[in-house]
Design a binder for this molecule. Structure first.
Ligand code: ZN
Length: 82
């Protein structure tokens, strides 16, 4: 079922697409408005901004998965789906 799937938010540097960030201390959790520094290129990223991009991607993926799920359900039920 769709609900059992897990979707991971992957934050990416807007400059180099790296997924690693330098965190000021262990266990640090960025909050809205924080700037986090890319561990690869050293640019500062707006946490709120890159988080929004990551979430938008996930939403798009969920919608796609959901559509596929519905289609396969219809197919199994014997309907023809384009
Ligand atoms: Zn970077």
């Amino acid at each position: 079922m769709l609900e059992e799937r897990t979707y991971k938010v992957n934050l990416k540097c807007v400059f180099c697409k790296a997924k690693t960030f330098q965190l000021p201390y262990e266990g640090y959790k960025p909050v809205s408005g924080d700037m986090i520094r890319c561990a690869n290129c050293g640019h500062s990223n707006d946490y709120t901004f890159i988080r929004r991009i990551a979430i938008n991607k996930i939403v798009a993926k969920i919608e796609k998965d959901f559509t596929n799920e519905i289609k396969s359900m219809f197919k199994k039920a014997g309907f023809k789906v384009k």
